[in-house]
Design a protein around this ligand. Structure first.
Ligand SMILES: C[S@@+](CC[C@H](N)C(=O)[O-])C[C@H]1O[C@@H](n2cnc3c(N)ncnc32)[C@H](O)[C@@H]1O
Length: 299
């Protein structure tokens, strides 16, 4: 599959597509990238990895697991910021995501000089131990990252606990650390739950990868049911033609479901799953505040 970067044949009748997941076309994957922009969480994760590199003998492998890797933003930055002699040596990245279009974009955006040390893996955060790297090769993770509040995608009952159990199983005992972010706007205590039902997105956003594409978004239905924010997002992908007219390339109705966690609830779920909170980092990325929970395996 390739990212569409040439003019698709304009169709007179583009049918609205309803997706049960949000990141489900190549354009929606790029739209995510435009939204996330240049968050500075990569600096935190890079400095943690580089410290790990500095105290690990060059002959010992260092395994980094990027959970919900998306379009590869975190892994790409970590690979690019490694100290130079290490760039091609003992650090290996596993980028796991269950959205094929996001992973395809991650692959496309991979710097060829890092390709040998990155594996992009289609798989679920809820089932890490069934991935060949863990099940067959017995790898253990030195640093796991679940960035950008993505834990909130675990909206079904028990799903977050399941992810924590999986992380506890693959993390290297004693020295492995997992960095799991939750955005404050999605937290029950500090969040915007009240405003979520009335909030609206920016409206029109210009693509950065495809010169003549703009994204139009409106939220057509929002509700919070049992601590899950259900948001039906109508995202139209529009090609601006040279003559001032425009063509609709995609007409997406994408349902986004995010769990609103309480901070204590997250701590309890992680503890029950066999993780121990080492520290909680209170950070800001552009306009978004987040807490990053740092976990180790509870021995
Ligand atoms: C907010 S994006 C974060 C992407 C990337 N980590 C970043 O920080 O830019 C959330 C990602 O989590 C992925 N995701 C959601 N549920 C998942 C699951 N059960 N297993 C693996 N990935 C999942 C989505 O497909 C999406 O790419």
């Amino acid at each position: 599959m390739t990212i569409p970067n040439t003019t698709p044949a304009p169709s007179a009748a583009i049918q609205p597509q309803t997706h049960d997941e949000f990141y489900s076309t190549a354009y929606l994957a790029e739209y995510y990238d435009v939204w996330i922009g240049s968050w500075t969480d990569t600096e935190l994760y890079s400095s943690v990895l580089n410290e790990t590199v500095s105290r690990t003998p060059a002959t010992d492998p260092i395994i980094v697991l990027d959970i919900g890797a998306g379009t590869g933003r975190i892994t790409h930055a970590l690979a690019a910021n490694l100290p130079k002699p290490t760039k091609t040596s003992n650090v290996h990245f596993l980028g796991v995501d269950n959205a094929p279009h996001m992973l395809e974009r991650a692959r496309t955006l991979t710097d060829p000089s890092h390709a040998a040390q990155i594996s992009w893996i289609l798989g679920s955060a809820c089932d890490l131990t069934s991935l060949p790297s863990f099940r067959d090769e017995g790898l253990r993770v030195d640093m796991a990252v679940f960035a950008c509040g993505s834990i909130c995608h675990m909206y079904k009952p028990g799903q977050a606990e399941q992810v924590f159990r999986q992380v506890a199983s693959v993390l290297r005992p004693e020295t492995g650390r997992a960095y799991i972010s939750v955005l404050k706007m999605g937290l029950a205590e500090t969040g915007l739950a009240g405003q979520m039902e009335t909030a609206q997105p920016e409206g029109l956003v210009r693509s950065k990868a495809f010169g003549d594409i703009v994204y139009r978004e409106e939220w057509v239905r929002q509700e919070i049911v049992d601590c899950v924010w259900h948001n039906t997002r109508h995202i139209t992908v529009v090609r601006e033609m040279g003559d001032g007219t425009e063509t609709v390339v995609e007409d997406n109705y994408a349902v986004c479901r995010l769990r609103i966690f309480g901070e204590d609830e997250l701590r309890r779920a992680a503890t029950t799953a066999g993780l121990r909170v080492v520290e909680v980092l209170d950070r800001r990325n552009d306009a978004h505040d987040e807490l990053v929970f740092v976990f180790e395996v509870d021995s």
